[in-house]
Design a binder for this molecule. Structure first.
Ligand code: CP
Length: 311
């Protein structure tokens, strides 16, 4: 694959291979580019986890990272996304990691006759977030060793969540049993083909994985933001301490971050024994190393690998 833009790019076998490689990196395997190779991180939307972990992953693989600020670039003079990418390629960049507010922005790039650079989608609007999905899958696999038959609930701001969109199809393909919950106005009937919508109180004691989604205030209509009550949301749709008492012993809580504490889940639960929030963030580095290696190898960039375990 010369580009990873959507989880639809992955078969179940390809997911397994990528997670195996990420696990190997986590166990200490190393890979280094054999020649100077530049990666540019183009983040047109804010990010802490994704941006930083791509940057660390690039540097662990020996790439030279170019950080790009849309605010101080020629984007401000009207340069298009394609011309920005073409410029980066002409300057010698071999990998573009792009986050952009426009859904499926990558289609305008992949549709061009000439774009001699590998591409990874680091999140497009409310479209897809493949690297988050893969790190979620690694976290689930580390916990349970498999996906088939696992009961997974995705709860919250489904309407605006690229994480949910990337996860639902692949989790279903891997054999998980999916459920949805959260405000009814944020549920879309197109999700019916992946799972069932149920009240959170029916799900909380039954699931293996409770995946809570951030309320994306930046994507809500202003009227919705004005009437939003954090306390009311928490009581109706959040993982309160009382609800958490009903989690099964093996159940894990996941959240892509950033967390709105005491909204999607009680602040006291973020570091609870059920929570895998920290592990998700850690796994992001290893999954992104595996993604970068995959797309660059497809673009004929050579790596020197060894399997030395350093941890
Ligand atoms: N999960 C996630 O995408 O977080 P950031 O927006 O901080 O990258």
């Amino acid at each position: 694959q010369k580009a990873i833009v959507s989880m639809a790019d992955f078969s179940a076998t390809a997911v397994t291979q990528l997670l195996d490689r990420a696990s190997a990196f986590k166990a200490g395997a190393q890979a280094q580019v054999q020649e100077p190779t530049f990666a540019a991180n183009l983040f047109f939307e804010n990010s802490t986890r994704t941006h930083t972990s791509f940057s660390i992953a690039e540097q662990r693989l020996g790439l030279k990272t170019i950080e790009f600020s849309p605010q101080s670039s020629s984007v401000q003079k009207g340069e298009t996304l394609y011309d920005t990418c073409l410029t980066m390629a002409a300057l010698g960049v071999q990998l573009l990691v792009i986050r952009h507010p426009e859904n499926a922005y990558y289609q305008q790039l992949l549709g061009q006759a000439y774009l001699p650079v590998a591409l990874i989608n680091a999140g497009d609007g409310s479209g897809e977030h493949p690297s988050q999905s893969l790190l979620d899958l690694l976290t689930i696999r580390e916990e349970f060793g498999h996906f088939a038959g696992l009961k997974v609930a995705i709860v919250g701001d489904l309407a605006h969540s690229r994480v949910a969109r990337s996860n639902m199809e692949i989790l279903q393909a891997l054999g998980a049993e999916l459920y949805f919950s959260g405000p009814a106005q944020w549920y879309q009937t197109q999700f019916d083909r992946y799972g069932e919508y149920r009240p959170l109180d029916e799900l909380v004691g039954a699931v293996d994985v409770l995946m809570l989604l951030r309320v994306q205030h930046e994507r809500l209509e202003s009227a919705e933001n004005q009437t939003f009550s954090a306390a009311a949301y928490h009581q109706a749709y959040g993982l309160t301490e009382a609800r958490a008492q009903r989690l099964q012993p093996q159940a894990i809580i996941m959240h892509p971050g950033p967390i709105n504490r005491d909204v999607e889940l009680a602040s006291s639960l973020v570091e609870s024994p059920h929570s895998r929030y920290y592990e998700q963030m850690q796994n992001g580095v290893y999954v992104r190393m595996a993604m970068i290696e995959t797309v660059l190898q497809a673009n004929d960039v050579k790596f020197k690998s060894n399997r030395r375990v350093t941890q």
